[in-house]
Design a protein around this ligand. Sequence first.
Ligand SMILES: [Fe+2]
Ligand SMILES: [Fe+2]
Length: 291
Amino acid sequence: MNTNSFEAVPLKNLDEWEEDLLRRYPDPDSIATSKTTDEFRNYDSPERDTVKEFYRLNHQYQTYDFVMKKREEFLSFSKKEMPVWEAFNFLNELVDDSDPDTDLDQFQHLLQTSEAIRRDGHPEWMVLVGLMHDMGKVLCLFGEPQWAVVGDTFPVGCAYSDKIVYPEFFKHNPDYDNGKYNSKYGVYKEGCGLRNVHMSWGHDEYVYQMMKNYLPESGLYMLRYHSFYSWHREGAYGHLLDDHDREMLKWVKLFNPYDLYSKNPEPPDWNKLRPYYEDLAAKYLPATLKF
Ligand SMILES: [Fe+2]
Ligand SMILES: [Fe+2]
């Protein structure tokens, strides 16, 4: 099944979702309270409509079975093998020519994120997390629809939190009426830990699985849950967490502002930065990455 099997592609480019995150979370301490959520819903603009349509599709089609199917399809990493730096060129094919407002390509966002982390003196593995965190967006280049690559992620197989953006769209998801999946715990047990919870499918889980042998646990949490806003920003799903998740939450929160607030129209000077990043990648990653 490819993009065209489902409905129209609502976002002109993937960054529209991230620009919308900035409207929802304008500063590092902001939480989308019900008031701001209402204001946000009433915000009438063409950009809001495309994002809304995007979430309508996302919430409707991200079922438990869909996630299982995608895990099976992609987590054997048998699609493609590329040297690390070639993988960034591949990712950059995502630049959308039809949108004149796209100022920075995917690699620039990754580099700005990693540079902001480096400037603040965080450990080098975290700099690498910044550099790699959106590599999973290559899923789009394998023909996956936008709603299965980006957007806020959330647990599947149990009741949806009303802290997830546009919760009303879950009514169109077949799992919403399925007794196996629609109770508070669904297929999970109280306090089972996020490692036992299946998240909606997208670039977070994919890049986590790609990197899981190469980075420390705190970095892996940053990768795996960076789009799980209803958890790390809104505090939902406490009933599924274990002590380890509660301990790791601080790392996910530490990472999030670098992802959201490091965008700068001035692109970093790659030629100057290149030796540092080549050393960094060589230190942690194998020469080629599997997709
Ligand atoms: Fe991301
Ligand atoms: Fe990002």
